[in-house]
Write a protein that binds this ligand. Structure first.
Ligand code: HEC
Ligand code: HEC
Ligand code: HEC
Ligand code: HEC
Ligand code: HEC
Length: 405
């Protein structure tokens, strides 16, 4: 009933409107002339002075505070940036070299073979990025700084893209769920072993043909995966995976970024932009992670002890191949860092194998498995972290390496 009344009254109004509007159309009037221009509007308010935005960053709590933290970082203190004069080293050692390979999306592939059957590593910085290399600094990771002098240019970071691994000639990649860890891993990744033709070796042979004599490359004092292996270990990718069964990953791989642990709220001489994780557990003790992590926490001490035992065992097994003399060089600290104890006039003049002053004894033939185990040894030992980076993966890697040789 109510609705019917509503409809009826609407019809009444409509009818009234129609009868009221419909009249005959009158004749059109003459066209009008243009009106005169209006007066100018008032001036807008002045734009923000660029100097004002400087203060958003250049103050005690932003640039000054972070610069103080950064002072403690080996990125700021170290001298490894001087290696940046060489095109093969610059991508990870100098600010210019790094920004060059980022800007050019330089591939981690190998090119070849050329007319003389040689390959070259594409992962090098251009000549223009090699003079007077600068250390890694604010502008390396925060590459957008001073573009528009806006206060927001700490992001984006220089790169957070998946990292094609140079060790594998781009055949494997490191790609963290927390993508800012890819920034670190672009530099903190292992380097390739190359054969006499310059190409990256076929690592799969180390696993598939374990008892054959290793002949994929020559072996010298420094043969190996270089130092910055942390990205690979923390991501659990790119090692020589012997054995069967899955290599399981720590919860850290998907849930933590390098920054969670290495840029945690500062404490003592670590945290923030010091990038040090030494004895700082602020990043560990967070909602959804740990609550009682400390230097004496049993989970941590047990994992560290387990990894230390496995490392010692693997070193002993590798050295046994020397038939009475170590294969690996014993460091002054009494442990093995993964160098071969091969004579090198400058770096290892006391080296035993191939030493002209010690009878030029040949390095005993190694099997593919032994060589692979040595690469794994380097990956773990040079990655530091004592197992913290990815305990299940590192444990399995060491156990399978021990079993393989
Ligand atoms: C988004 C933050 C940010 C803004 C905005 C900003 N700066 Fe900077 N600026 C930095 C950082 C970070 C550094 C490096 C500090 C260090 O190395 O300790 C820096 C360094 C500098 C330096 C030292 C020389 C150099 O380039 O390393 C000068 C000079 C400078 N800024 C001037 C300015 C001026 C002028 C403005 C405003 C027009 C400005 N900045 C705006 C972040 C900023
Ligand atoms: C441009 C390459 C590059 C990037 C990006 C980079 N690093 Fe480094 N990092 C290095 C180099 C090279 C060294 C060694 C510096 C030296 O010894 O002079 C180093 C040193 C370190 C050290 C000290 C290692 C030690 O032996 O004490 C830590 C920790 C570290 N980096 C963590 C990180 C973290 C975390 C990130 C990401 C937020 C990162 N790095 C990003 C190249 C890089
Ligand atoms: C793929 C990246 C990468 C490339 C390429 C690279 N490095 Fe490094 N290098 C690193 C990282 C990362 C570190 C620091 C690792 C750490 O402290 O844990 C490092 C450390 C070093 C160190 C210091 C070792 C120490 O403990 O004192 C030397 C020396 C060095 N590199 C030399 C070179 C030379 C020479 C080249 C070129 C022939 C080169 N690197 C190429 C990533 C790289
Ligand atoms: C090795 C790479 C690296 C270097 C070098 C570096 N930073 Fe950072 N910075 C980062 C990363 C990664 C973050 C993000 C940290 C996070 O959110 O966990 C960050 C965050 C920041 C932030 C916070 C930004 C925001 O949006 O909240 C500031 C400020 C900053 N950095 C300033 C600096 C200054 C100043 C320097 C030089 C003294 C510097 N950074 C050097 C990697 C770097
Ligand atoms: C779960 C926490 C955690 C994560 C995630 C993590 N680290 Fe570490 N890292 C550590 C701890 C703890 C150490 C050993 C520090 C010590 O005892 O001195 C360490 C050691 C290192 C070292 C050796 C130098 C040093 O400070 O002792 C480097 C370099 C490093 N980490 C880089 C990285 C990079 C790059 C990533 C990301 C790809 C990463 N870490 C991820 C906790 C972490």
């Amino acid at each position: 009933m109510k609705n019917l009344l509503k409809v009826m009254s609407l019809l009444t109004i409509a009818g009234f409107l129609f009868t009221a509007c419909e009249g005959p159309m009158g004749p059109q009037g003459p066209a009008g002339t243009n009106g005169t221009n209006g007066t100018n509007g008032t001036n807008g308010t002045n734009g923000k002075d660029a100097n004002e935005t400087c203060k958003l960053c250049h103050n005690k709590t932003v640039v000054e505070a972070v610069a103080n933290e950064f002072h403690y970082s080996l990125h700021a203190q170290g001298e490894a940036y001087e290696e940046g004069t060489r095109n093969a080293c610059a991508p990870c050692h100098s600010s210019q070299g790094f920004l060059n390979v980022v800007a050019k999306s330089t591939p981690a592939t190998f090119a070849g073979p050329d007319a003389s059957n040689k390959y070259t590593n594409n992962y090098v910085a251009e000549a223009s990025a090699l003079a007077l290399p600068a250390p890694i600094g604010c502008f390396t990771c925060h590459s957008a700084l001073h573009t528009n002098y806006a206060g927001t240019e700490f992001s984006p970071l220089a790169t957070t893209s998946p990292v094609k691994m140079t060790m594998w000639g781009a055949a494997k990649e490191i790609n963290f769920v927390k993508t800012d860890a890819n920034l670190c891993s672009k530099c903190h990744q292992p380097r390739p072993i190359t054969g006499s033709n310059g190409n990256v070796i076929d690592y799969s042979k180390l696993v598939s043909d374990p008892t054959a004599t290793y002949n994929l490359s020559s072996i010298s004092y420094r043969t190996g995966v270089h130092y910055g292996t942390q990205g690979a270990m923390a991501a659990g990718v790119g090692a020589i995976e012997f054995g069967t069964g899955t290599y399981t990953q720590s919860a850290h791989v998907a849930n933590a970024s390098c920054n969670t642990c290495h840029m945690a709220t500062p404490s003592g001489l670590a945290g923030g932009h010091s990038f040090s994780a030494t004895a700082n557990y602020n990043g560990c003790n967070a909602t959804g992670c740990h609550s009682t992590m400390s230097a004496t926490n049993a989970t941590l001490t047990a994992a560290k002890a387990d990894v230390a035992t496995l490392i010692t065992q693997l070193a002993a097994d590798i050295n046994a191949a020397g038939g009475g003399h170590d294969i690996l060089e014993k460091d002054a600290d009494g442990t093995y860092h993964g160098y071969f104890d091969i004579y090198d006039a400058t770096a290892n003049p006391d080296g035993y194998w191939k030493n002209p002053n010690l009878g030029n004894v040949a390095l005993p033939a190694l099997t593919n498995a032994q060589f692979g185990a040595i690469l794994n040894y380097q990956l773990v030992v040079r990655g530091g972290g004592k197992g913290v980076h990815n305990y299940p993966y590192i444990k399995k890697l060491l156990e399978e390496s021990i079993a393989a040789i």
